[in-house]
Design a protein around this ligand. Structure first.
Ligand code: CP
Ligand code: NVA
Length: 329
């Protein structure tokens, strides 16, 4: 098993291509063990803290189930039920929790918060999503791609929508590290940070990958192996942002037309949660105000034969388990 003992997992920029690939392999191995009922309690008796300053279904459940399968217990801290940020600084929280736990997961706002937590913590810190990066999601997505295509290097992935937030940033980094061809497709106002783009392009030069920014959705979809999208307004952004976002992002909705331009064997992926119908309260509010039934992806694509979104969601657990095992066992 890959040994990353005591390493933080804050962003994929901190990891080599070999380490990323080894984590995906470990996740595949742990997934097979789970499916075959083979115990893998590599972290027996340990205990981890899960800090969530933003809501979560997948990430929280993935950490809890993974911890359980590895023989660990976990404590969940939400923003209303702890002192974090209000009465106690991140630096103090890090030192308190490190005295009781073997590792700390953090989901919240700025990347600098999770970096700070790691700086003051003597136990590993794992990033469960910040405004800038969502590295555990990337491992799950890479595993899903590997399962479908049999390999990761050379895969052409096109991301549609908000290209300046955590998911698009993470794809630039993950794709560059893994030798993939990443196209970020959206309006110019939503293009990614120039310094990060330049850094990822430099990495891609070493791995045979590439980063392309594209405004034309049809060009972006053409011959892609994976069409990927994310919500148009992320957690922590104001509800008022929806009006402008819908106007700007509508051309980048992933539709059956866009899917038909992709490669024959193409798949659709989404980190979830997704607005693909009127099954959510926010979806219904947006429908009443703006008249749209589906947002970043049409229901036909989401529910269609090329969609891999639920396999992807399951893989969150297997890949987070790999990170926990590699950094703790
Ligand atoms: N994809 C993802 O991070 O989902 P949650 O917000 O439910 O954790
Ligand atoms: N960009 C989204 C990702 C959710 C997994 C958000 O930050 O809300």
């Amino acid at each position: 098993m890959i040994n990353l003992k005591n390493r933080d997992f804050l962003k994929l920029l901190d990891y080599t291509p070999e380490e990323i690939s080894a984590l995906v392999e470990l996740a595949a191995d742990l997934k097979a063990k789970k499916k075959n009922g083979i115990p893998h309690r590599y972290c027996e008796g340990k205990m981890i803290a899960l800090i969530f300053e933003k809501t979560s279904t997948r990430t929280r459940c993935a950490f809890e189930v993974a911890a359980h399968d590895l023989g660990m217990a976990s404590t969940y801290l939400d923003p209303s039920g702890s002192q974090i940020g209000n009465k106690e600084s991140i630096a103090d929280t890090a030192r308190v929790l490190a005295g009781m736990f073997d590792g700390i997961e953090y989901r919240g706002f700025g990347q600098e918060i999770v970096e700070d937590l790691a700086k003051y913590s003597s136990v590993p810190v794992w990033n469960g999503l910040t405004n800038e990066f969502h590295p555990t999601q990337m491992l799950a997505d890479l595993l899903t791609i590997r399962e479908h295509f049999g390999h990761i290097r050379g895969i052409r992935l096109s991301f549609f929508g908000d290209c300046r937030y955590n998911m698009a940033n993470s794809w630039m980094v993950a794709g560059a590290k893994c030798g993939m061809h990443i196209t970020l497709c959206g309006g110019k106002d939503y293009f990614p940070d120039e310094a990060l783009t330049a850094q990822c392009r430099q990495i891609a030069e070493q791995t045979g990958g590439s980063i392309t920014l594209e405004e034309d959705p049809e060009k972006g979809a053409k011959d892609a192996d994976v069409l990927y999208t994310d919500v148009w307004v992320s957690m922590g952004e104001p509800m008022e942002a929806w009006g402008e976002r819908i106007a700007q992002m509508k051309p980048y909705q992933v539709t059956e037309k866009l899917m038909s331009l992709a490669s024959d064997n193409a798949i659709f992926m989404h980190c979830l949660p997704a607005f693909h119908d009127l099954g959510t309260s926010i979806g219904r509010q947006i429908h009443e105000k703006y008249g749209m039934n589906e947002l970043e992806v049409t229901n036909a694509v989401f529910e269609g034969p090329q969609s891999r979104v639920f396999e992807e969601a399951e893989n969150r657990m297997h890949t987070i388990k790999a990170v926990l095992a590699a950094t703790l066992a």
